[in-house]
Design a protein around this ligand. Structure first.
Ligand code: TRP
Length: 454
């Protein structure tokens, strides 16, 4: 995600808006390196249109029926991110649910480009959700730290900086609360070799310069490392890249797929991966996408680590949180208390309310706040006060856990070692699932005969 020092800020919309001549609208633009919701003819920032994005990307919205199935198969009430459309779209999630139901193996894969020393709460969102998925499914989780990606993409960054960020970010990620027995965190600079490198090359051989240009908006001025990196991010989607976790017989492990929780801007990498996976005799990865936590300045952008006043950092003090929300959080309320009482506020545009949808667990309380704010019974100051309280609570909880993360723990998470996990404790036997009419899984790529020749 485009947060690194020396890069154009991820908050591109703000700069777009400043530069846009008032008569020129700009389309929204979402790639792994650029997130901006677009600008209208008057220069006004527009919120990211996620429905349009799903259509453009060819992903599938998460429907109430899919959530019902999720609940039935896992026995768990869907996470508030799922209930509220924060995790809003997917690719082949139902295949993962089918496997979980039958007790067949799969793993979770997510990652981070270590582009700065400290994470902000926006970075924590996909990780919070991933932790919940790990608890629900009880499966291995692989977290990739793409220090090579950030090094190649960021003109000013030295390898030593990138490695330092990797170590700091790994500790923050551990502070989210992952289980060391089932989590492997790795740095590309350290782990690229052996079976993983073979998969990177298998993938690189199939990805053309044309397709990278079209998918990521690169041109002839991008360096070859940026082009090649696409293969690296994809190769983590294959269980054969991790013999220490899944075993060293690729004929057995090549049919183990993964589920990738990520922010929607990472989808382009995995579209490419999915295009080639089956030709490599692997399974396509499944994906589950989240929206971005908006920047304090409004819903047309995402928080940026390089713009301090755009984000709440996981290192912020209670006072800093309070001041940032009070001073910078874009309000959907009216200019005066009288007008607010008369007309009510717009929760859709209101950053404090939007943050509550991410951090407040209780559905009833959230609905009461929405109602009161929209009806003008609640004023902006009061809404901001509630938001400050929940954000302070979240950040303090994180800081408590982060304090306990030692260098020794980090080494353990990042050691190449076996993992232990339970999976579904009560799988439904395959024949029963099939008799019940559940969609039969298509084992297109799993015939365990012959060598891996590609
Ligand atoms: N490219 C991502 C970033 O810059 C890091 C990443 C690698 C990732 N693999 C991933 C993110 C899988 C989500 C899921 O942050």
């Amino acid at each position: 995600m485009a947060d690194e020092p020396g890069q154009p800020p991820a908050l591109t919309t703000l700069s777009l808006a400043e530069q846009a001549p008032s008569s020129h609208a700009a389309e929204q633009r979402i790639t792994p390196f650029d997130v901006s919701g677009g600008v209208d003819e008057t220069g006004k920032l527009l919120p990211v249109d996620y429905n349009k994005l799903i259509q453009q990307f060819g992903a599938t919205p998460i429907s109430p029926t899919l959530l019902e199935r999720f609940e039935k198969v896992t026995g768990k009430k869907p996470h508030r991110f799922l209930r509220r459309g924060i995790v809003f779209s997917h690719r082949d999630l139902e295949k993962i649910l089918d496997r979980h139901e039958k007790g067949q193996p799969f793993y979770l894969y997510t990652g981070r480009g270590p582009s700065s020393g400290s994470l902000h709460v926006g970075h924590a969102i996909p990780f919070e959700f991933t932790k919940w998925l790990q608890d629900v499914f009880d499966v291995p989780l692989i977290i990739m730290l793409t220090d090579d990606e950030k090094y190649m993409h960021t003109p000013k960054l030295e390898i030593s900086d990138s490695k330092r960020f990797t170590i700091e970010n790994a500790k923050d990620i551990i502070g989210i609360g992952f289980d060391p027995a089932k989590t492997f965190i790795f740095s590309d600079f350290d782990y690229v070799s052996g079976a993983f490198y073979e998969n990177i090359c298998r993938m690189a051989k199939r990805i053309t310069i044309n397709s990278v240009r079209a998918t990521f908006g690169f041109n002839d001025s991008n360096n070859v490392g940026e082009f090649h990196f696409c293969a690296t991010q994809s190769a983590t989607s294959f269980a054969t890249s991790f013999p220490h976790i899944f075993g060293s017989d690729p004929l057995k492990t090549r049919s183990i797929p993964c589920l990738i929780p990520c922010a929607i801007d990472q989808d382009p990498y995995f579209r490419q991966c999915r295009e080639h996976a089956e030709k490599m005799k692997y399974k396509k990865p499944s994906l589950i996408h989240s929206i971005f936590l908006p920047a304090l300045q409004g819903p047309g952008s995402k928080m940026s680590a390089s713009i301090d006043i755009s984000a709440i950092f996981l290192t912020d003090t209670p006072n800093q949180i309070k001041n940032k929300i009070n001073k910078y959080a874009f309000s959907g309320g009216q200019d005066t208390a009288e007008k607010q009482r008369e007309l009510g506020g717009r929760t859709k545009d209101d950053v404090a309310f939007q943050y509550l949808t991410f951090f407040l667990e209780d559905d009833n309380e959230l609905e009461q706040i929405r109602h009161a704010y929209e009806k003008g019974e609640m004023l902006t100051g009061e809404l901001k006060g509630i938001c400050i309280k929940y954000l302070q609570e979240y950040v303090a909880g994180f800081q408590e856990r982060r304090k306990k993360v030692t260098e020794e723990m980090r080494r353990e998470f990042m050691a190449v070692r076996g993992l232990t996990w339970g999976g579904n404790p009560n799988p439904v036997p395959t024949e029963l699932v099939e008799k019940k009419g559940a969609q039969k899984e298509k084992e297109k790529c799993g015939k365990p005969t012959g060598e891996l020749k590609n």
